[in-house]
Design a protein around this ligand. Structure first.
Ligand code: FES
Length: 162
């Protein structure tokens, strides 16, 4: 989404008729952040500055809102995102070793992206399928019972999708 093309009244819809101008702008903030991230894969500072001017919301408040949610990113992300579950069940079944294996294999730490932008490595508290522990998600795919062999397959797939 181009911030310049954002039409506040149209985006807020009918409910906007009972809102003040400021309320309409604030009602749109999360949606606008989601659209910017969809377009760029993260929230570039320039886009947030434009959004601040467009909505009349101070940049500091935009950052305050965006940093509250884990779903928003402030640096470019990889084309692949591997997320190691470090919840209790996965922790007990070796999540730490899996995380370390990712870090060694790709030369990055949790929360970082490889220089070639092929992979971002993250952790999560629980994916909700503890019976499959240890669990890793790769993009939208859930991989359970991650053994050394499965880890190698994940690495192969990520390198293939470079
Ligand atoms: S703790 Fe890993 S899926 Fe629940």
């Amino acid at each position: 989404m181009k911030v310049e093309k954002l039409q506040v009244d149209k985006a807020v819809g009918e409910v906007g008729k009972v809102l003040t101008e400021e309320q309409r702008a604030r009602a749109l903030l999360i949606h606008a952040l989601q659209e910017i991230q969809k377009a760029h894969n993260y929230l570039p500072e320039d886009e947030l500055k434009k959004l601040s001017r467009k909505l009349g919301i101070p940049l500091s408040e935009i950052y305050s809102t965006a940093t509250f949610y884990k779903q928003f990113y402030f640096a470019p992300r990889g084309r692949n995102v591997a997320c190691v579950c470090t919840g209790t069940a996965c922790h007990v079944r070796g999540a730490g070793d899996i995380l370390e294996a990712f870090e060694q294999e790709f030369g990055i730490s949790e929360g970082e992206t490889t220089e070639d932008k092929s992979l971002t490595l993250e952790t999560v508290g629980c994916v909700g399928c503890c019976g499959l522990a240890p669990v890793v998600t790769v993009n939208e795919e859930v991989v359970g019972e991650v053994t050394r062999e499965r880890f190698s397959e994940i690495v192969r797939d990520v390198r293939r999708r470079k």
